[in-house]
Design a protein around this ligand. Structure first.
Ligand SMILES: [Zn+2]
Length: 80
């Protein structure tokens, strides 16, 4: 396994996020099977759950590393 997404902390945080909600923060539909980084790694984001939101793999890959401005108003996940 390669890259930071393979680490144990990321997997634990991803599971915690998906346990709270499986609503994709990018398209608003249920069934999210992974998480998206609000601030991408390439912009200094971390694996903390405060930086993670549920997402479909397809939505996640479609977004890529673009800045999250388009999605800034989507989702209310409280005080994570
Ligand atoms: Zn989606």
């Amino acid at each position: 396994m390669t890259g930071r997404t393979a680490n144990r902390r990321y997997r634990a945080e991803r599971a915690a996020v998906l346990a709270v909600s499986d609503v994709c923060w990018l398209c608003g539909e249920r069934g999210a099977d992974t998480v998206d980084h609000v601030v991408p790694y390439s912009h200094g984001g971390t694996d903390n759950r405060a930086n993670l939101r549920p997402a479909h793999r397809s939505c996640n890959s479609a977004r890529g590393n673009r800045a999250p401005t388009r999605f800034a108003d989507l989702g209310d996940f409280g005080d994570w």
